[in-house]
Structures are given as structure tokens and as C-alpha cells.
Write a protein that binds this ligand. Structure first.
Ligand code: FES
Length: 190
């Protein structure tokens, strides 16, 4: 019983004390968790930084992929083949460093770059550059393409698939890689 002599007042006082105790414990737990989370956040940020930077540097941002050094090419020289790896997805799985295809990059006499997907537009075989004849040869049906990608016979339904290419950081060749449907005269991305 309290000073007022009312038992109801005692009961109210007890509930109030219980409520305050609960609030104090809750606040302590919340601040304790926050104090632990802050260093954990910065530690996580430290470990994640290389991944974030890598994603920012690769082509996923604008579709371009780094394929190799410009020093591999010379004005009027032979085209060079570069393998393309990158993220590949199917209905269920994402493959981080999967083989996506390959490209040929050529530097013209004036230093201009051209790039072609190395997949034949007929049925999808891989074409090979042949220095002895200076053409891209498809061995599957004995077809060939000139250095500008044009067909030397009518078996392939369209020229080689040209790709956007540019130089970054003075010495880096970047290509906007894309695969296209084979067997059609239209250039349709797949
Ligand atoms: S697959 Fe290249 S010519 Fe047929």
C-alpha cells in the first residue's frame, strides 16, 4: 500500500516500474547491437570493395569488354583474335567467368580499329584468319570473308558481324561484344 493507502495505486506503480525496466533493457540491446553492427559494416565494406571496383571496371556497365592490349596490333598488320569471357546466365544459373565467344580486331593502315565476332554467320562455326590469303576462312563450308568482313561467296547469308570497338586508357582495347543469330540475312542479337 502506498501513501495514499489505495491498493490500486500500488498496482499501477508496479506496472510502471515493469514498463520502465523493459524499455531500459530494450534500449541497451538496441544500442549494443548497433555498436556491433557499425564495425561489422565497415569490415564488410572493406572486403566488398574489390568486388565493387571490379564490377565498375568491367564492361557490364556500358556493354563494352576489355579484350587486350593495343600493343598486340600494328597499323596494317594482321588481325588478332581475342577470347571473350564474362557473365553468362541461363534460366537457373549465373556463370561469372564463362566463355562467351571470340573476336578479331584489326588495325588499318591509319590506325583505325575494326572488330568482328569470330562466329560464322552461316551456321555458327568459328572462322580463322589465314595470313597466306589474308582472309577470314570458315572451314565448315569453305567460305571466306575479306578483312572488312564482306563475304567472298554467297553461302553465308550476311557479312561477318561487326562490333563496336574503342581504345581506353591509351592502351586498352574494349569491344562491345554481342552474339547474333546464325543463318539469317538480318543481324539479330541472341
Ligand atoms: S558455317 Fe561458315 S560457311 Fe557454313
Amino acid at each position: 500500500m502506498n501513501e495514499s493507502g489505495n491498493p490500486q495505486d500500488n498496482s499501477d506503480q508496479g506496472h510502471e516500474n515493469q514498463r520502465r525496466g523493459f524499455l531500459v533493457k530494450f534500449a541497451a540491446a538496441a544500442f549494443g547491437g548497433l555498436a556491433g553492427a557499425i564495425p561489422a559494416f565497415f569490415a564488410g565494406g572493406f572486403f566488398l570493395t574489390p568486388l565493387i571496383n571490379k564490377r565498375g571496371k568491367d564492361k557490364e556497365s556500358d556493354g563494352f569488354l576489355f579484350v587486350g592490349s593495343l600493343s598486340n596490333l600494328s597499323p596494317g598488320g594482321m588481325p588478332q583474335a581475342f577470347k571473350i569471357t564474362g557473365t553468362k546466365k541461363d534460366a537457373w544459373t549465373t556463370f561469372a567467368e564463362a566463355a562467351l565467344g571470340s573476336v578479331y580486331v584489326h588495325m588499318g593502315p591509319g590506325g583505325e580499329l575494326t572488330a568482328f565476332n569470330a562466329t560464322c554467320t552461316h551456321l555458327g562455326c568459328k572462322v580463322d584468319y589465314k595470313p597466306e590469303t589474308d582472309v577470314y576462312l570458315c572451314p565448315c563450308h569453305d567460305s571466306s570473308f575479306s578483312l572488312d568482313g564482306e563475304r567472298n561467296n554467297e553461302i553465308p547469308p550476311r557479312p561477318m558481324d561487326s562490333l563496336e570497338v574503342e581504345v581506353r586508357e591509351e592502351d586498352e582495347i574494349w569491344v562491345k561484344f554481342e552474339n547474333y543469330r546464325a543463318g539469317t540475312s538480318k543481324k539479330i542479337p541472341v
